[in-house]
Design a protein. Structure first.
Length: 94
């Protein structure tokens, strides 16, 4: 089990990790199917390591504002400079 900070935005869940690529992050590059649990809710999702763009910006802002407060884009960019942002898209139950 890996414990991570998370935030919700636009129906997706965003995670971040600072530092070197871990084994679980390397696994995401091989397969994007993940199982996750938040509190007592378990779900399957598609995981994407997001590069530059609107998903990364949305994830960074959601994460920062959940754990801190509103801040300028410059402050948030600085905070996430060395971080990887992961986007989880929950899958619909079949």
């Amino acid at each position: 089990m890996v414990e991570l900070w998370f935030a919700f935005a636009d129906g997706k869940i965003y995670l971040s990790h600072e530092g070197e690529q871990t084994d679980w992050m390397k696994n995401l590059r091989k397969t994007d199917s993940v199982s996750a649990r938040i509190d007592r809710v378990k779900f399957d999702a598609k995981a994407t390591i997001v590069g530059e763009g609107s998903s990364r910006e949305l994830g960074k802002r959601a994460l920062y504002e959940k754990y801190y407060k509103s801040a300028s884009k410059e402050v948030i960019d600085d905070w996430f400079e060395l971080s990887t942002v992961i986007e989880l898209t929950p899958l619909q139950a079949q």
